[in-house]
Ligand binder design. Structure first.
Ligand code: COA
Length: 141
């Protein structure tokens, strides 16, 4: 498995994975390139992606902070460690990490807990289609 930065030519595949992964797929192709997007490639195919951004640069007392904005794995490649490999790469950065996840998304929550994320808050009615609470999770280095 190769983890690399996303390229413009990956856009169509990123959108296809987004469409098959979410009940409210709302990311446009260009958005992937506004942030730090990495992809996992298996035998030349894009198996999944992770999008993150820095939300705080850090200072003398605090590490930088990053937010994981989007993560999805193509259906045929699930449960093979693709999301784990993408997360491992993102978490190499010296930073504290935040993310939001649907309350019903137990698969993703299990994945994030395995990487040391803990629940730090909830946002009611944060998601639409369907309307749902977001669980805010944090991983402190
Ligand atoms: C959540 C998601 C990214 C996981 O991707 P993946 O590549 O299949 O995950 P991995 O193979 O790295 O799984 C690592 C661990 O996470 C947990 N996990 C992953 N999928 C799971 C599932 N469907 N049910 C329960 N636990 C799951 C398990 O602990 C798993 O370890 P195991 O396979 O040894 O039991 C993928 O299911 C997906 O794209 N879902 C739709 C989009 C989504 O929900 N994104 C996250 C938004 S916050």
């Amino acid at each position: 498995m190769l983890i690399r930065a996303a390229k413009r030519k990956d856009a169509e595949k990123l959108i296809a994975i987004e469409q098959q992964s979410f009940s409210d797929p709302n990311w446009k192709a260009g958005e992937f390139f506004k942030y730090d997007t990495i992809v996992a490639e298996i035998s030349g195919q894009i198996a999944g992606f992770l999008v993150a951004r820095q939300t705080f640069a850090g200072d003398n007392v605090s590490l930088p902070e990053r937010e994981i904005l989007n993560l999805a794995v193509a259906l045929p490649f699930r449960r093979l460690g693709v999301a784990s490999a993408l997360l491992k790469e993102e978490l190499r950065t010296a930073a504290d990490f935040f993310l939001e996840v649907r309350e019903s998304n137990l698969a993703a929550q299990a994945l994030y807990r395995r990487f040391g994320f803990i629940e730090v808050g909830r946002r009611a009615r944060y998601y639409r289609f369907p309307t749902e609470t977001a669980i805010v999770m944090k991983m402190k280095k």
